[in-house]
Design a protein around this ligand. Structure first.
Ligand code: HEC
Length: 142
């Protein structure tokens, strides 16, 4: 046998080896997930549970107004800290509402020195979410 033939022989063994390996892999990958098991018959020990965990539903449009309020605004606005107009306190909100909603949106987004922090400390809130929070607070004070 010439060297060349030996080489061809070795290579073909390797290729057939690979082919066997991959056939096994494919069989492994396409095998059934579960087996039908009839009552009374001997069943495979490895049974697959028919209940599939439902995927968690992720709400894409951010947190609710209430949860943003409780997370960021309530700290100051529930207690009226540092002169913050209290939640649902119509008298405290009346002079604010008189300034117009656009002013209130702006003072929420930019902050109102010295005590009202920028974005009311809800840094994950978008401007739209902050406007919704102002609407929520103003509505509650009507
Ligand atoms: C660290 C305390 C604090 C937090 C947190 C806070 N506020 Fe305030 N807020 C204040 C204070 C104090 C004022 C009054 C500011 C003033 O009149 O000088 C105020 C005033 C406001 C006003 C009236 C602004 C105006 O122009 O009169 C709005 C609207 C408001 N806050 C919305 C919010 C919202 C929405 C959040 C949550 C995202 C929030 N605040 C979080 C302290 C806070």
């Amino acid at each position: 046998m010439s060297k060349c033939k030996i080489l061809v022989f070795l290579v073909s063994i390797m290729i057939s080896g690979l082919a066997f390996a991959s056939t096994d892999d494919i069989a492994e990958r396409i095998k059934r997930v579960g087996d039908v098991c009839v009552e009374g018959a001997e069943c495979p020990s490895e049974t697959v549970s028919p209940t599939v965990a439902a995927p968690m539903v992720v709400v894409a449009d951010g947190a609710s107004v209430e949860s943003n309020f409780n997370k960021s605004c309530a700290t100051c606005h529930n207690a009226g800290i540092a002169g913050a107009p209290r939640f649902a306190d119509a008298a405290a909100w009346a002079p604010r509402v008189e300034k117009g909603m656009d002013t209130l949106y702006a003072s929420t987004i930019n902050g109102l020195p010295p005590a009202m922090p920028q974005k009311g400390m809800c840094f994950s809130c978008s401007d739209d979410e902050l406007r919704a929070l102002v609407d929520y607070m103003v509505d509650a004070a009507k």
